[in-house]
Structures are given as structure tokens and as C-alpha cells.
Design a protein around this ligand. Structure first.
Ligand SMILES: Cc1cc2nc3c(=O)[nH]c(=O)nc-3n(C[C@H](O)[C@H](O)[C@H](O)COP(=O)(O)OP(=O)(O)OC[C@H]3O[C@@H](n4cnc5c(N)ncnc54)[C@H](O)[C@@H]3O)c2cc1C
Length: 451
């Protein structure tokens, strides 16, 4: 069928105002306004074997929302309603296109909290978070998105609507199908609604920024905080020197950073007060009082003070613009393997591509390092050399993942074999073939074995 032909069919479903050309090219984007419209759009595209890529907030970091060839984008922008809050069960019922930040704002107005949070909150959607099983800054306390989803609704490629929106905590009647869609990156269906698990926050939080002399010290401080803070601990993030220095300079525009920027490692930890007798700030002070590995520290319990610390941790966009080209990696391993892994990658990079500049940060307690590696784009094979340094070094360790949080998208498909067995990839493709036999859903996200 011609592009005009499919456009007419889609306009007949969603109205002419909601089918338009993508901003970057000639491809169509359709913007359904309800689950039923998603269902009719998918059924139509499936019947014509037209490939479709679901578009959430488009903050994904692995090319999962790239539009290419003859694909049509299906945007969840109009699926943007917060439906209801169940205060007894502490559940929120939302459309998939609702932004993460809006969820935080809404639930906090009701004295509640949603446990998943990270830097892209202003743009990313709950549907995208589900499709990527997003992690974020508080996985140590709340787990990844999977642990915070109690129900969802998804539309299959042929238009069938699969709904599990009851939000029951206990329902052991066969397979828990909703979990198939968590982390499926749009390959099994379009998520249209979700039920989110909430909790009651403490109004008292505090954050501490610590400067340390090395990774071994970071692991020792992590163990101390985990042990002494227990349920109070909300986050424990790590920044290596160059990341801390570059982002704080960009953010603070000449004002001094909260700590000297001369130390190899920085930890940012946040706790909340869970006991009326002791404030969050005192939890931190008491936990760290006798720890002599800390070289410098800064403590904040005001909202603005904490936001200032967190803006450094969440400021990776400043790295994006600091070199002609920047590659992002998102690997995971046992925290005790960080030190030698990072050292080996940096050594290899220094030998193979001396102009490459690594900026490292990540989620310390989750064993998740984000490498952003900038280069001047003058060496033709630079991207390949950098990928080899990061991924080949991973094979010295086990267990590891080539994508701790961001998924496979277009960019990680060639490396999937490093983290998944042939048998696992086979089962993933078999499930996909059952739910999307024509193969229209996000065909660029490919589960490939080693070439
Ligand atoms: C500054 C910054 C910080 C970040 N920090 C983190 C972090 O700490 N942890 C983390 O995990 N990620 C992080 N990310 C990555 C990204 O924000 C997450 O992957 C996020 O969950 C993507 O949501 P989105 O709505 O933007 O999805 P998109 O980018 O639009 O889509 C991502 C994938 O999901 C599919 N998809 C989107 N919506 C749906 C739907 N409704 N149904 C089915 N498939 C769908 C898309 O087709 C695509 O394959 C960060 C990104 C940025 C830019």
C-alpha cells in the first residue's frame, strides 16, 4: 500500500490532525488518543504489514525510536491522562504517555511517592519506562520499573487488547503476562496504561556528597551506609573525577563546587528519615562519623541544597556537548569488579585512541557504570575502537551486561550475545513470533546471536 493510502486509513481512525510527517523527514507519525484507537491503528498496519515504531518521550539512549525506511511512528503523546489514585492500596492508574515528572508531582500532592526517578523525568513517559524497564537513582531502595508496576494494558500487533489493570498484589493464576512487556522495548505490543505501586515518603530527606581516594574506599563506604542506614537509604551514586569536575563547572558557572574537584571519586547518597526520633541528616552524620576514608564531605537537608548536588549527578547532557562526538555505554557488573574493569578500559583506550576522553559515573550500589566517551571524530574507526575497548574488556568478568538499563534498541544488537546465551535469544525470538507474527513492531530492535 502507498504512504498516502495508509495515511488515509490512519486519518480515518484518529482524525487528520493526528497523522503528520516526522519533524526530521518524510515519515508518518500517528498519534492515537485512546487504547481503542491504538488497537485500530495497529490492526490496520498489521493487515498491511506496515512496520511501526512506538514513540514515548524519545529520551532512550540506544536508538530505539529511530524512524527509518518505511516505518510509521506511533506516538503515545495523547495517552496522557492520570486516571485515578487508590489511596488504600496506594496505587496510581495512568495512561502510558504520562511523563514521569507529572507522576511525581501528582502523587506528591497526595502525600505519596513513586519509587522510580532519574534525570530524564521531564520528558520520558511511563510507557517508555516500562518498555525499557528503567532503573534510575533509587534502585537500591525500590528496584527497577518492573518492581514498581502492578498492572498494565498493552495492545498486540493485531489490535487485541491485553488488560491486567486490577492491581492485585496476589494473582498466581498462570503466567504473569504483564512482565513480558516490561523491558520489551516495544517489540511485543504497545503499552497503553499502567498501574503503579506507590509508597508513603518521609518529608525529611538529606543528601551527602563525599570525596574519596579510590574505588576500594567507595565500596567500603557503600557497605557502611547500607548497613547503618538500612531502609533509610534511597540512593547511592558514583561519579569519577572528570565527570564531577566537568559537570560541576558547567552547572556552577564560576561558583566553587560543593567539594574540591581534586579527588578521584565522589559518592552522592540520599537518605530519608524513617524514625521520628532521628532526622535524615542525623542518620547520615551518625553513619559516617567514624569513617576515616572520607576526604571531604558536604551535607544538605534543604530541598534546594539537595537539588544542587543532584544537578551534578543528573547533568550528563553537559558531557554530550563537550566533544564533536560522544558515545554512551551502560554496563553492569559486580561492584567489586569496577576498579579493575574501569582501569583496564581506560588503559586500552589510552593506547588505542589517545584522544578519547572517558567520563564515568553510575549507580554505585547497582553495579552499573555509565561511560560517556568523547572524541574529536578525526579517526574514521574511532567508534569501533571505543566499543571494542569497553565490550572486549567486559569479557574478562562475569556476570556482566552490555546494557544495564537502556535496552538493546538499534545500537546494542550486535553485542547482545555478550550478555545472553543462544538459548535465551532463541526463546526471546520465539515469544516475539507468537505475539507479533507479521513482525511489524519495532523491527529494528533485533535479538541477534553472534554474527
Ligand atoms: C538525561 C538522561 C538520563 C537518563 N537516566 C536514566 C536512568 O538513570 N535509568 C534508565 O533506566 N534510563 C535512563 N535514561 C534513558 C531513558 O530516559 C529511559 O530509557 C526511559 O525509560 C525512556 O522513556 P521514553 O518515554 O523516553 O521512551 P522512548 O525513548 O520514547 O522509547 C524507548 C523504547 O521504548 C519503546 N516504547 C516507548 N513507549 C512505549 C510504549 N508505550 N509501549 C511500548 N513500547 C514503548 C520505544 O519504541 C523504544 O524502543 C536517561 C536518559 C537521559 C536522556
Amino acid at each position: 500500500m502507498t504512504t498516502d493510502g495508509i495515511k488515509d486509513l490512519l486519518e480515518g481512525i484518529v482524525g487528520p490532525n493526528h497523522v503528520f510527517s516526522s519533524p526530521d523527514g518524510p515519515r508518518l507519525v500517528v498519534r492515537p488518543g485512546s487504547t481503542e484507537e491504538v488497537s485500530r491503528c495497529l490492526a490496520t498496519m498489521n493487515a498491511q504489514a506496515v512496520p511501526v515504531v512506538t514513540l514515548g518521550g524519545m529520551t532512550g539512549l540506544v536508538g530505539g525510536t529511530d524512524l527509518f525506511g518505511s516505518v510509521i511512528g506511533l506516538s503515545t503523546e495523547r495517552l496522557s491522562k492520570i486516571h485515578s489514585l487508590d489511596p488504600i492500596r496506594k496505587l496510581l492508574f495512568v495512561d502510558a504517555g504520562v511523563k514521569l515528572e507529572e507522576i511525581h508531582r501528582f502523587v506528591s500532592e497526595h502525600g505519596l511517592r513513586y519509587g522510580v526517578d532519574f534525570g530524564a523525568r521531564g520528558s520520558c513517559t511511563i510507557g517508555g519506562n516500562i518498555a525499557t524497564n528503567a532503573g534510575g537513582n533509587s534502585v537500591v531502595r525500590f528496584g527497577m520499573t518492573r518492581a514498581n508496576i502492578v498492572g498494565l494494558e498493552a495492545v498486540l500487533s493485531d489490535g487485541r487488547i491485553l488488560s491486567d489493570m486490577g492491581g492485585l498484589v496476589k494473582n498466581n493464576t498462570g503466567y504473569d503476562l504483564k512482565h513480558l512487556f516490561v523491558g520489551s522495548e516495544g517489540t511485543l505490543g504497545v503499552v497503553t496504561k499502567a498501574v503503579l505501586r506507590l509508597s508513603r515518603p518521609s518529608s525529611d530527606t538529606a543528601s551527602v556528597l563525599l570525596a574519596l581516594n579510590g574505588l576500594d574506599d567507595a565500596l567500603a563506604v557503600m557497605a557502611t551506609l547500607e548497613h547503618r542506614c538500612g531502609q533509610s537509604l534511597l540512593s547511592m551514586e558514583i561519579m569519577w573525577n572528570r565527570y564531577f569536575k566537568t559537570v560541576s563547572k558547567a552547572i556552577l558557572k564560576g561558583s566553587p563546587p560543593p567539594l574540591s574537584d581534586a579527588f578521584p571519586i565522589y559518592i552522592l547518597a540520599q537518605v530519608e528519615g524513617v524514625d521520628a526520633d532521628i532526622s535524615a541528616q542525623d542518620v547520615l552524620v551518625r553513619s559516617l562519623d567514624d569513617v576515616d576514608l572520607i576526604q571531604e564531605s558536604a551535607l544538605a537537608d534543604s530541598r534546594s541544597g539537595q537539588e544542587a548536588f543532584w544537578s551534578i549527578r543528573d547533568g550528563s547532557e553537559f558531557i554530550e556537548t563537550s566533544h564533536p562526538r560522544v558515545l554512551s555505554f551502560d554496563v553492569s557488573m559486580r561492584p567489586q569488579d569496577y576498579a579493575t574493569y574501569v582501569e583496564k578500559v581506560e588503559k586500552r583506550l589510552g593506547e588505542a585512541l589517545p584522544n578519547a576522553v572517558p567520563y564515568n559515573f553510575g549507580h554505585l550500589a547497582d553495579g552499573n557504570v555509565h561511560f560517556m566517551i568523547g572524541h574529536d571524530n578525526m579517526v574514521p574507526e574511532a567508534d569501533h575502537i571505543i566499543e571494542t575497548c569497553v565490550y572486549e574488556t567486559l569479557s574478562d568478568y562475569w556476570p556482566t551486561s552490555v546494557s544495564a538499563e537502556h535496552g538493546i534498541g538499534r545500537e546494542k544488537a550486535d553485542h547482545l550475545w555478550r550478555s545472553r546465551s543462544v538459548e535465551e535469544i532463541g526463546v526471546m525470538n520465539a515469544i516475539r513470533a507468537v505475539l507479533d507474527p507479521v513482525g511489524i513492531l519495532n523491527p529494528h530492535v533485533q535479538y541477534r546471536t553472534r554474527k
